[in-house]
Each structure stands twice: as C-alpha cells, then as structure tokens.
Ligand binder design. Sequence first.
Ligand code: NI
Length: 195
Amino acid sequence: MTVLKILVAGHPVLKKIASPVHEISEKIKKLAADMAETMKFAKGLGLAAPQVGESLRLVVLDIGYLDFDALSKDDQEKAPDPVMRPLVLVNPEIISGQGTVEQEEGCLSVPGYRAVVPRYESIHFRYTDLNGKLIERSVDGLFAIAVQHEIDHLNGTLFIERISRLKRNIAQKKVKKYLEELDPEDDETSYRLYG
Ligand code: NI
C-alpha cells in the first residue's frame, strides 16, 4: 500500500463533482487500500478520493482507529474487526437526514483549521461495498457527521464553504500560511500537495 499525497484547499479537483464508480475493478480496490493507508498516516477519520486527486465517488472512513491506537496491545488483539478495518463507501448517497447538530470539524485538505459546522444529527444512507453489495443503514453521531463531510467532498464542497465568509477567510489564510511553511524535506508534511 502507498501513502498518497493529499490535495489542499485551492486545488481545482476539490471543487469538481466526482464521477460515479461504474465497476469495482482491481484499480478501485487498490485506490481504496491506498486511501485507507493515507488516512491512517495522516490521522484522519475519513478521506474522499478527490482529496488524493481522483475525481471518483469513493470514500474511506475509520472512526474507530484513533481509539484503537489508544488500546493496549492485549486489548487490540481482542478488538472486533470493524474497529480495525476502515469502511469503504462506493457511490455513497444520503437518502434522508433528521435533526441538526453542530460540532467542530477539521479536514485533511484544510490543514491547521477547525470550525463548527451544522449537519444532520442522524442520516439514512446507502453505498456499495467493495464486494459490490448495496448496503443501506442509519447512523448518528460522529459516524453521521463524517459521512456528510465526505459526501460533500464528492460534490466539490469543503466544510469551510458551510461557514461564514469571515471564518472562511481566516481558514484560507491559515492554509496559505501552512503551505508557505511546508518543508519539502519533512516526510510528515511533504506528502501534502498544493497545485
Ligand atoms: Ni475533509
């Protein structure tokens, strides 16, 4: 598996409506695996294909691994599979949403900035898994927020477009500063790309 470069706000691919995945080919499976590796490396909860430069409706989510890393080795061995395996969503779609929740969000494509974003509290959504099975489920909490955030990426929307213009300007300045300070020799930061 490969750690991919993560595109940062300002890149045109992040603004595009991503295309549906028509076939779950070996290439798609490899991309999903690389995205999962990248997400883990970057310590993200989710990653959408446009963030690594692929304008496709493909998302990886892992709202469990941060907790997983905090577990003792013994407990890690006993942990159930879903904790360790990132969820891959092919062509995810929200069918309905209920309630409103406001929670602070961050994004690997908007480094160094977090803001409170209004979202549905719970959602009913569907996606295809890597075996081609269509799955429908209802989720709430962090899971629901993460799915909404990632589907936004597939529609060319960053979370900073859902906050006030003033806050967005602050975010853009922080991203600019982050990019100026980027050290190409430093592996921890240089995997990010701005183009
Ligand atoms: Ni994001």
